[in-house]
Design a protein around this ligand. Structure first.
Ligand SMILES: NC(=O)c1ccc[n+]([C@@H]2O[C@H](COP(=O)([O-])OP(=O)(O)OC[C@H]3O[C@@H](n4cnc5c(N)ncnc54)[C@H](OP(=O)(O)O)[C@@H]3O)[C@@H](O)[C@H]2O)c1
Length: 254
């Protein structure tokens, strides 16, 4: 995730010399430096010294030790955490910083098509949230939400790419069952999902209208949709997002 964010910033023209990084894993650090050209430091404290913004991009279970290594170099700075489930209050308590922002990006950030939700502590200044918006806009789209909605964001857009990958696999397998080669079926499935999402975005039309446009009376799509309806397609998606939301809530309580 850190590599995706830094690559996005560099593409937007942010100077490599303005960013420094630390990763406890020497191999990950070397790979990060090779991919981004960013200076890596030998400690978290050195990476944060002199920075205006500190981004915490470690797994939730590594957060306490990562922040411990920062000593008090994050206090007084804008701190942005991308760790799932770790609350603003916890980050404030761990770092001693007050201006804290939680971000929930997703993996399409790797290709600049991420979706990130941000929530800010009450001490965050307008300039801070504008800078955070700019950082995550460099890897996709961004919205601001109240922290209590972060679990729902995690269940929807954080976990969402995996649901869509599974949908692509299911469509692809179904094409093979009906005689298409694996290669052709995969191409048809992937481009269909991509094209449909792009059509929603670029036409500005509601998906229910776009759906209506493809359903001709007595036609093939109506037959297919009726089967999805019988299998409670939309109900199961709703249950999946709700289950992931609940799991995110549980992780936050750990
Ligand atoms: N991947 C996603 O889809 C996604 C989406 C939204 C949010 N997030 C959040 O983003 C965060 C990072 O996820 P990721 O997938 O980018 O993780 P990752 O690939 O494991 O990267 C984290 C890096 O931090 C290193 N690290 C561990 N402890 C450290 C410490 N104390 N100080 C400095 N570096 C340390 C890890 O080294 P080791 O491997 O040696 O531990 C690893 O190289 C997570 O909190 C996750 O919840 C991820």
């Amino acid at each position: 995730m850190a590599t995706a964010i830094v690559s996005g910033l560099l593409k937007k023209g942010i100077g490599a010399e303005t960013i420094s990084a630390f990763d406890i894993s020497e191999s990950a650090s070397a790979k990060f430096a090779e991919l981004t050209g960013i200076r890596t430091c030998t400690s978290a404290e050195k990476a944060a010294a002199g920075a205006d913004i500190v981004i915490l991009a470690v797994k939730p279970q590594n957060m306490e030790s990562a922040v411990h290594q920062l000593k008090d170099s994050a206090a007084g700075k804008l701190v942005i955490s991308i760790a799932a489930g770790i609350t603003l209050v916890k980050i404030m308590n761990l770092t001693g910083a007050q201006r804290v922002i939680r971000a929930m990006p997703n993996t399409p950030a790797l290709i600049g098509e991420g979706m990130t939700a941000l929530s800010c502590s009450e001490y965050v200044l307008q300039d801070d949230s504008e800078r955070a918006l700019k950082i995550f806009e460099s890897v996709g789209k961004v919205c601001l939400v109240n922290e209590k909605l972060m679990d729902a964001v995690t269940g929807l857009s954080g976990s969402g790419p995996a649901y869509v990958f599974d949908f692509i696999l299911a469509l692809s397998d179904a094409g093979v069952i009906n005689g298409l080669t694996r290669e052709t079926s995969f191409k048809l499935a992937t481009q269909t999902v991509y094209g449909a999402a792009k059509l929603v975005i670029e036409s500005g039309q509601h998906p229910s209208i776009l759906k209506e446009n493809v359903v001709s009376p007595g036609g093939t799509t109506a037959k297919g949709l009726a089967v999805l309806e019988r299998g409670a397609f939309r109900g199961i998606i709703s249950e999946a997002v709700t289950a992931a939301t609940e799991r995110s809530r549980e992780l936050g309580r750990d």
